[in-house]
Design a protein around this ligand. Structure first.
Ligand SMILES: Cc1ncc(COP(=O)(O)O)c(C=O)c1O
Length: 482
């Protein structure tokens, strides 16, 4: 275990690494932050990073790399075909996952596109614990449909359940019986589960899910993008796995899946992705799409330097000290926010600290995007860039109605090993101040609304002058501070 107990009894996450390369940050005055937010159409994706102090937008492709991973980039073999770099990566993935075949792809959504093209027919259903934006968009693009089977308890923001990403097995049986197994393309398990707060799935639940799927002749697809945190949670929260190494847990998890795909922007501390499997027929069916959409079979659209770093990063993922850093910092941030009364998702999950925006801004109508409004307010209050996760991230139904998401969260990602404790405490301070002044925050309206993945580049405006009022209150309470 990497947790160090202090004599004072205080619980602090301790950085088990030292900083050797740094990037200078800017913190603009609050008035300039308001202007920058307006110029970005109240969409944190559209901010320029030079205007951001703490970039907690995502953990994707922005995790700190180790000296060993950076060093490995220098020995990459950049041959178009047959690169030694590819064979090193393939062999590491097959060793860790216990698979025989690997298809490289440029990132997670490319894997999702290939899986949807290959397995999903119009009218098919893909049951899953919970959707991820790009996974759902690719399934619906080819005429399929998603059914979410996460247990009801997983959707209660504040609880003490250790595995809120678990599939409800009764719902799975009912879904198969109602749709017929011949209409189910595959069962998708997302471990950890991004949009409900980075919540983990237990090994036991994955095993039971796989058993039901296999009894019905349905393939199981594991989205392992957030597996790093999930491995840590299995090790620390699942009694039956306490004595297992991370390597053994990884093998046991992967044994439940017929196909494993991942975004290496998350898993492996690099940028890329891929699909691993044992079934030769699945491999052959997907193989042809790689050179068509990604790149030749030995790089799949990735830079060979990233592939070398990924090989090292995947091995580092087997080190409990390395993978516990993220969850420990997230738990610390969530606990500090709770001390200030801020409603957060509990237990703290992986990838980031999640604020329950529906409760934080209970006076803001669901169609006025509370989580997006809170993201805008958090940037104005502290130069901290978070990401709306829910209603705005949903797609409209074919008839144009807007579904209200089951949860309304503001995610403050903690890219792994990037931020220091004082930076986390600064963000907590500004969010605590906002919570005291939450009555000032209003909603947002779309000015430009794209048809798909609207959260990426849609533009919004504040309803009323709440942002001006927020800036005035900041000056009143915090004086001439940045
Ligand atoms: C669970 C999950 N699956 C898939 C993806 C898509 O991966 P990428 O961003 O590399 O396309 C993500 C990205 O955030 C994710 O969190």
């Amino acid at each position: 275990m990497s947790e160090v107990k202090l004599f004072s009894g205080e619980k602090l996450p301790l950085e088990m690494h030292k900083v050797r390369v740094v990037q200078k940050l800017n913190l603009l005055p609050v008035e300039s932050r308001q202007k920058a937010m307006a110029a970005a159409g109240n969409n944190t994706f559209l901010l320029r990073n030079e205007d951001v102090f703490l970039d907690m937008l995502t953990d994707s492709g922005v995790n700190a790399m180790s000296d060993q991973a950076v060093a490995a980039m220098m020995v990459a073999d950049d041959s178009y075909a047959g690169s030694a770099t590819y064979y090193r990566l393939e062999s590491k993935i097959c060793e860790l996952f216990g698979t025989q075949y690997f298809l490289p792809a440029h990132q997670g959504r490319a894997c999702e596109s290939i899986l949807a093209e290959t397995f999903v027919k119009p009218g098919n259903v893909v049951p899953m614990n919970f959707h991820f934006t790009t996974a759902k968009a690719h399934i619906t693009r080819v005429g399929g449909r998603v059914e979410e089977l996460v247990s009801d308890a997983g959707l209660i923001p504040e609880s003490d359940l250790p595995f809120k990403g678990n599939i409800d097995l009764d719902k799975l049986r009912e879904c198969i019986a109602r749709n017929g197994s011949e209409n189910i393309a595959f069962v998708r398990i997302e471990a950890g589960t991004n949009l409900i707060g980075g919540q983990p799935v237990s090994l036991e639940n994955m095993t039971q899910t796989a058993q039901i799927a296999r009894e019905n002749g349905i393939p199981v697809v594991l989205d392992a993008s957030l597996l790093q945190d999930n491995l840590h949670f299995i090790k620390t929260r699942e009694a039956a796995c306490k004595g297992m190494t991370i390597r053994e847990i990884t093998r046991a998890v992967c044994a439940n899946a017929d196909i494993i795909y991942f975004s290496a922007r998350k898993l492996g501390f690099a940028r890329g992705g891929g699909i691993a499997m044992n079934n030769r027929e699945y491999y052959e069916r997907m193989k042809g799409l790689i050179p068509l959409f990604e790149g030749f079979l030995t790089y799949g659209g990735m830079s060979v330097r990233e592939m070398e770093a990924m090989t090292v990063g995947l091995e580092e993922t087997m080190d409990e000290t390395v993978i516990s850093q993220g969850p420990q910092f997230i738990e610390f941030m969530a606990t500090e926010l709770q001390k200030r009364g801020v409603p957060v998702v509990t237990p703290a999950g992986g990838l980031g600290c999640h604020i329950n925006a529906r409760k934080f801004l209970s006076h803001v109508d669901a169609h006025e995007y509370p989580a997006a409004a809170l993201a805008s307010a958090v940037y104005i209050a502290g130069g901290v860039r978070g990401m709306e996760r829910e209603t705005l991230s949903e797609q409209r139904e074919p008839d144009g109605t807007e579904p209200i998401a089951s949860m309304e969260l503001l995610r403050l990602a903690l890219p792994r090993r990037v931020f220091t404790m004082s930076q986390v405490l600064y963000a907590v301070d500004r969010i605590g101040w906002l919570y005291e002044n939450r009555h000032l925050i209003g909603g947002l309206n779309f000015v430009e609304e794209p048809a798909t993945l609207r959260f990426f580049f849609g533009r919004l405006e504040p309803i009323g002058d709440w942002q001006e009022q927020l800036v005035a209150k900041f000056r009143k309470d915090i004086g001439d501070s940045l």
